[in-house]
Design a protein around this ligand. Structure first.
Ligand code: 6PG
Length: 248
């Protein structure tokens, strides 16, 4: 299985480079007049990306074919500073011309179990599928210091192997309830990108790329796409313990 690795000097340089990659994907869909389904994550690196997209590509990109989803959401009000939707809305979505019907937010303010089921149905109704599993065209993930992605935390294999589309999770330290897309759906995506920055991520990156990962400890090691590959955008601090030619 191929993990494509791209290393950048700084988080800003990484965000600028990924924005170009993302815009090219959007423009290809626009040329074919195909709807494009993208699942966003929360976190500091996606936040940089949203700012680049809003500043440089708000006018030059036709966003009307893009459908925005989230890979996970905190169970908070949309206006809460913790909300992944709220962050994307403030930094990006309010600055681009995208039809409101194309913004498929997870309703963090609702009962988690009810919303996990509702959001699963919204995903089914608005994405393609392959092997009877929803297929996102593009999933953008961050990775925590513990190797989590979306809201799939270490030791929670249930969420990686679940047959459900969305599940309720809880942050292992704060206990904060979350709703997350499950591992099978993420691995079914057409393109998966990890955006990972900072030296605190370097030990986990080393174990994942050197195949030393004890899977139970590093959910991100489980991202093994059904088709194609996962592309890892790292800054040099996150990549400092692996050599540039690492691929696995
Ligand atoms: C969330 C995110 C989460 C995030 C990672 C990395 O809801 O918190 O979806 O999975 O992507 O924690 O976050 P940083 O990039 O800020 O380290």
């Amino acid at each position: 299985m191929n993990r494509i690795l791209k290393i950048f000097q700084t988080p800003q340089e990484l965000a600028e480079a990924f924005a170009i990659e993302m815009v090219n994907i959007i423009n290809e869909a626009w040329k074919k007049k195909d709807p494009l389904t993208i699942a966003l994550s929360g976190g500091s690196t996606p936040k940089l990306l949203f700012a680049v997209l809003a500043k440089k590509y708000s006018k030059s990109v036709d966003w009307s074919y893009v459908h925005i989803f989230w890979s996970d959401e905190r169970c908070v009000q949309p206006v809460d500073p913790e909300s992944n939707y709220g962050m994307a809305r403030k930094i990006l979505l309010d600055k681009i011309k995208i039809p409101e019907k194309n913004i498929h937010r997870i309703r963090g303010e609702e009962d988690p179990d009810i919303e996990a089921s509702r959001y699963s149905e919204e995903i089914i109704a608005n994405t393609r599928s392959k092997n009877k599993i929803p297929l996102f065209d593009l999933i953008i993930l961050g990775m925590g210091e513990d190797g989590h992605f979306a809201s799939i935390f270490p030791g929670n294999l249930k969420l990686l192997c679940s047959k459900k589309i969305c599940e309720v999770a809880a942050h292992p330290v704060s206990g904060q309830k979350r709703i997350t897309i499950t591992g099978k759906v993420i691995n079914n995506a057409d393109k998966i990108f990890f955006l990972v920055t900072g030296k605190s991520k370097a030990p986990v990156i080393e174990q994942i790329f050197k195949k030393e990962a004890i899977f139970e400890n590093f959910p991100a090691a489980y991202i093994i796409p059904e088709r194609g590959e996962a592309t890892w955008f790292l800054d040099k601090k996150a990549a400092k313990l692996i050599d540039r030619t690492s691929n696995c």
